[in-house]
Design a protein around this ligand. Sequence first.
Ligand code: PLP
Length: 401
Amino acid sequence: MNKLKTSFQTLCVSERKDNKSNDPHQLPIYATSSFKMESTDDAIDIFTGKKKGHAYGRYGNPTIDTVAQKIADLEGYGLEMDTYCYLTSSGMSAISTLIYSLAKSGDAVLTQGNLYGGTTELLKNVFSNHGINSYFIDFDDTDGIKGFIKSHPDVKIFYIETPTNPTLACIDLQKINKIAKEFNLITILDNTFCTPYIQQPLKFGIDFVIHSTTKYLNGHGNSIAGAIVGHRVDFQKQIWTTLKLIGSTCNPWDAWLINNGLKTLALRMDKQCSNAMFIAQELSKMKVIKKVNYNGLQDNKYHEIAKKQMNQFGGMLSFEVGNNIYDAKIFIDHLQICTHATTLGDVDTLVLHPATSSHLNVDKQVRESYGITDNLVRMSVGIEDKDDLLNDIKQAISYIN
Ligand code: PLP
């Protein structure tokens, strides 16, 4: 074809190809909503899946797909299975998209009472309106779980979070998986607190892992996104169809930020885990601290389960300060290095008061039954110098009478 001569205005609008095209060292952000088709035949082949290629940003994008594959590889690391991953617009959309993909009206979700508050609300206030009920029971009681499933044939999905937020209770994955397989239930596990560096649920037979990548996978507190990871091809098409049609896909900028964070995941987590262990041990010695929830401590109720299924004990802990809500507030308000913020898994140390934030809408009696007392403080330990953190904690405690 002869090259057409164009006007200045048309030249402004036109897209160009870089003609010095060796590969960039770092993954670029593909800020494009669509992809050029070389020909109509090429377009048909891409749309029908005969040829690999991108068409439209909501269906995939080189930045998003590259990061998703990396997370799939990390969750499946060392396991003899092919894993896939879809990035989503948030951790909540990973959970909702996956449940919408797997359950239909009349099916039910079986889960624990001590889930992340947002997930509890999603199950109770959103899915219930669409005929998908949820049952909240104690996952420590294996016999109780079996009895419950036998009398509730509508249960289709087992939804698990371990360790739990904010009390770090652990659920025995080997036991749960055995029950799930016996009753042919689909298992989903929220691995946000651990990341695959510390815990690989797929190794224990869990079907799907979800992440709020907003937390440790990103690690720097600068993006909101989520991930669905699986290996079962029998559900893959349905998940993909639901995701692209609901439109809860991730965007390239957030995917790119996750990619940056992933590079230092192991380094960050090693330091966060060792700092958390140090802080937990030091807090355990203090009179004003009434209880420390950290499953790395040998006397912790969940220590043995944690040892069995986690490579390290994680960077999260919680503890009761003084005797009441006022003591917890005094402590939090006097911290100078640790920041009071509603997230976790960042490189800097963060604290949160569950009773007045994440569990504000949970009945006091219910939350207290799970150990979420008025004086409980949650800490996401960062990578700072451990002695600086301890000094900060000590000086904030000194304000409590
Ligand atoms: N799962 C856990 C364990 C969480 O802590 C959170 C958020 O705090 C979520 C899921 C939801 O993630 P996002 O805020 O990215 O939607």
